[in-house]
Design a protein around this ligand. Structure first.
Ligand SMILES: NC(=O)c1ccc[n+]([C@@H]2O[C@H](COP(=O)([O-])OP(=O)(O)OC[C@H]3O[C@@H](n4cnc5c(N)ncnc54)[C@H](OP(=O)(O)O)[C@@H]3O)[C@@H](O)[C@H]2O)c1
Length: 330
């Protein structure tokens, strides 16, 4: 049976995209076949459609690193036909057809039961971005960061990772300072739980100085580049930053002084290769990590496969507040 899919194809360095029909035999032969109800647009999804990108490892490729839906064919008794599942990470949407299609096939070893308390749409409002935000907060707590220690900075705060990080930290009692380049979205960030909102430029420090004033007990950073360098200069003694992203750049110019004078920690966060048991454990409690009433505020818009090109352009231009949801059957 043919089904609709959004396909990215590489021609030498150039990538083109089109909505087209695929057949079941173009999906992986093994695993769970899923009727995809929802996907989402992550920054990485937008990179996959860029000419010359270093993310994609297959062509043609159905992008979409997140998917949620219902199992329609199964050879695995743990996920019988009718099971509701979520899948993200591993090779999905980069080297294995992903969520931007009416159907997808994923190995059972990559599948997560739809978490208690969430429907498929809510799970995709969170998606990889929200999952990474929860991981980031966990990383900070694992090194002993508590709400009593002082304000926690969230950068790229109106994006997917940032929005969820603000809500999760506030829900746990942290004083959250949200940093954004969008002057129009300060009220949104306060509604998610930020106590204070600062502009991106307010984080800048003098690069000729190895340390700056001690401002943050901790930070969740998905921006990287100069922003992460400034955070390292301004963490309080004993603080830590959970770093997951690169929207502001991939280079990191720092010295050893934040580490050896201020005893701070730089904690890497990866959602892609996290083992399936740890991934399922995080999803199993994710609905308790934030008030579910804030999820709808994070939805920028819903698009069908035909709306994906425009959605990706908006993500790359940092014009999106929260998450764009994808409904492949729309
Ligand atoms: N390590 C992992 O496993 C993992 C998982 C998920 C995401 N990520 C990475 O985390 C980052 C964020 O992902 P996302 O899905 O949340 O993306 P997103 O929804 O597009 O949000 C990114 C946010 O970064 C800020 N930003 C954009 N361009 C910027 C620039 N040039 N300088 C400074 N800030 C900028 C914007 O927030 P404001 O306008 O509010 O400043 C934007 O909304 C990406 O780099 C992504 O690849 C990594």
């Amino acid at each position: 049976m043919p089904f609709r899919a959004y396909v990215a194809t590489r021609h030498d360095a150039e990538v083109t995209t089109a909505v087209t029909d695929l057949d079941d035999d173009q999906l992986a032969p093994e695993g769970l076949q899923v009727a995809v109800a929802w996907s989402g647009v992550n920054y990485k999804d937008a990179l996959v459609t860029q000419s010359g990108n270093r993310v994609t490892r297959r062509s043609p490729l159905v992008p979409g690193i997140d998917l949620a839906g219902t199992v329609v064919k199964s050879t695995d008794p743990r996920f019988p036909v009718g099971s509701a599942i979520v899948a993200h990470g591993y090779d999905i949407g980069v080297a294995h057809h992903g969520g931007y299609a009416e159907r997808a096939t994923v190995p059972a070893e990559w599948a997560v039961p739809l978490p208690r308390g969430l429907d498929a749409r809510q799970a995709m409002i969170l998606g990889t971005a929200g999952f990474t935000a929860v991981q980031s907060v966990q990383r900070l707590r694992q090194v002993g960061i508590t709400p009593e220690q002082g304000p926690v900075l969230v950068t790229g705060a109106t994006g997917g990772v940032g929005s969820v990080a603000v809500a999760v930290l506030a829900h746990q009692g942290f004083t959250v300072v949200a940093s954004t380049g969008k002057a129009s979205e300060h009220d949104y960030l306060r509604q998610l739980g930020a106590s204070e909102v600062v502009g991106r430029d307010d984080l800048a420090t003098d690069p000729s100085r190895v340390l700056g004033a001690e401002r943050w007990a901790a930070a969740v950073d998905c921006v990287g580049g100069e922003t992460l360098a400034s955070i390292l200069r301004t963490l309080r003694y004993g603080g830590a930053v959970a770093a997951s992203g690169l929207t502001g750049g991939t280079d990191l110019a720092t010295t050893v002084y934040p580490f050896i004078i201020r005893h701070v920690g730089l904690l890497g966060v990866d959602s892609v290769l996290l083992g399936i048991e740890a991934r399922r454990a995080i999803w199993a409690t994710i609905a308790d990590q934030l008030p579910l009433s804030v999820l709808d505020q994070m939805v920028a818009r819903e698009v069908g496969l035909d709306g994906l090109d425009g959605a990706m352009a908006d993500v790359l231009a940092a014009r999106v507040r929260g998450r764009i949801l994808v409904r492949p059957t729309a």
